[in-house]
Design a protein around this ligand. Structure first.
Ligand SMILES: Cc1cc2nc3c(=O)[nH]c(=O)nc-3n(C[C@H](O)[C@H](O)[C@H](O)COP(=O)(O)OP(=O)(O)OC[C@H]3O[C@@H](n4cnc5c(N)ncnc54)[C@H](O)[C@@H]3O)c2cc1C
Length: 395
């Protein structure tokens, strides 16, 4: 359990390898034993968040001056994929937190985010994004809600946020809204709204097909007051922050989640093909049927291909160049398709045993579908990619 994890040392220095080792410990001791039950019950794992906090992983990418580990996308992807291999719901909670933390860390001068950053580095604060709205659906870059000046330097926000991962479990929410005087549909501003702010509430249940344990419920802001110190971006600069800070890390993180799911599916399929037997033939499924071996091989090839794509995107984020935005878009689109293909092949290869939930493969299959519908969706990404290739404007 969480108590047996050996390195409860939040914040401070940490190497890439130490971070990955901590993720492996947490995945093995906290996530894996509870993943099936949490999925079934739709139960958010507070134990997982606690373990991530106590080992400093919540502050992974915050700079050292904020008390974080100052590590980059390479370690973030490795940690996220490791968590996803055991429990994709927790990996998604971690991913959304990392985006929230990065956004808070980029706050404009004048914002008072020091205490929040200190709490994240100390492992006491989980954040998340509240971008998607019921009105603009997956087009999160065009919120319907508009912030209104409150007469004392801050704003009031009324908004219907359609899905918010870690809803009611996070300590803060990065909220988007059109700027008070904004004129274009993307003139939006980002705010950090603390849990417990009057007017902020969970608006419904979360009962997803997959990622059932990540509490991605709808939330409502009703005349919610946000003081100017909690305005993260300048007026109208939220879109730029979404594109430059959130999008690259979100697409990398969702690809890492997909990679973890694919690795888990390959392992579970191999384990089943080795253990399930045709007793009348005195052979395991894997020994007996070349068709199953071929399906497993295809799954392995696709998984390694996705791993190479993730590595390529990390390289682009570490050394940005002309094709970097294309890679950001391509990697999430490809990852969603790969995770669905690999887990579908696993379902087929493991037959009635998978269908009847004798293995974890049906959970991987359900979880794999989330990546493609999370915005920017696979369809939207393909639309953007083609527009870039054709030299057309994105928006
Ligand atoms: C598990 C989960 C967790 C989530 N967590 C969060 C969160 O923490 N924060 C947050 O802000 N949001 C979150 N979301 C919301 C998510 O990012 C999307 O906004 C949401 O899934 C979109 O669903 P929709 O039904 O509104 O899609 P719609 O916009 O109704 O899309 C319907 C279909 O049309 C396609 N489509 C839409 N636009 C285009 C286009 N321009 N070109 C081609 N095809 C298009 C889509 O791909 C989709 O297939 C989460 C969603 C899920 C499922």
């Amino acid at each position: 359990m969480a108590g047996s994890i050996p390195t409860p040392r939040p914040g401070g220095s940490m190497t890439h390898q130490e971070a990955v080792s901590r993720a492996i410990e947490i995945a093995g001791h906290v996530l894996a034993p509870a993943a099936a039950d949490n999925d079934k019950a739709g139960r958010f794992s507070a134990e997982a968040v606690d373990a991530l906090g106590r080992t400093g992983l919540l502050g992974l990418m915050l700079p050292a001056e904020s008390g974080g580990a100052g590590l980059g996308p390479r370690t973030f992807a490795a940690v996220t994929a490791t968590l996803a291999e055991a429990d994709a719901s927790v990996a998604m909670v971690y991913l959304m937190h990392a985006l929230g933390a990065a956004t808070i860390g980029s706050a404009r001068s004048g914002a008072t985010v020091g205490p929040v950053l200190a709490d994240i580095a100390a492992g006491r604060h989980l954040s998340t994004l509240a971008f998607s709205e019921a009105g603009s659906r997956s087009h999160f870059w065009t919120p319907i809600s508009r912030a209104r000046r409150n007469g004392s330097g801050g704003v009031r926000i009324t908004a219907s946020k359609s899905w918010v991962t870690s809803a009611s479990h996070a300590q803060s929410y990065i909220v988007s809204a059109l700027s008070p005087e904004g004129v274009s549909p993307t003139d939006l501003t980002l705010y950090v709204v603390p849990a417990g702010a009057p007017g902020l509430s969970v608006a419904g249940p979360w009962d997803g097909l997959g990622l059932r344990a990540n509490a991605s419920a709808p939330m409502t802001l009703s005349d919610c007051e946000v003081p100017s110190e909690l305005q993260i971006t300048d007026d109208g600069a939220g879109f730029q922050a979404m594109m430059s800070i959130v999008l690259p890390l979100f697409n990398l993180g969702t690809a890492a989640v997909a990679l973890g799911i694919c690795r888990a599916a390959v392992q579970a399929t191999a384990a089943h093909l080795k253990s399930a037997r045709f007793e009348h033939l005195n052979q395991s499924l894997g020994e007996s049927l070349p068709t199953l071996r071929a399906q497993l091989a295809a799954m392995q090839i696709d998984t390694e291909g996705l791993s190479a794509r993730v590595d390529d995107l990390i390289d682009h984020l570490e050394r940005p160049r002309d094709a970097t935005m294309l890679r950001v878009l391509e990697t999430k689109a490809a990852a969603g398709d790969t995770a669905i293909a690999v887990t579908s092949a696993a379902m087929r290869a493991c037959g009635g045993a998978a269908f009847s939930k004798h293995t974890s493969i049906e959970r991987f299959f359900r979880d794999a579908h989330a990546g493609a519908v999370m915005a920017p969706t696979g369809d939207v990404l393909r639309e953007f990619i083609a527009r870039i290739v054709l030299g057309m404007p994105l928006f």
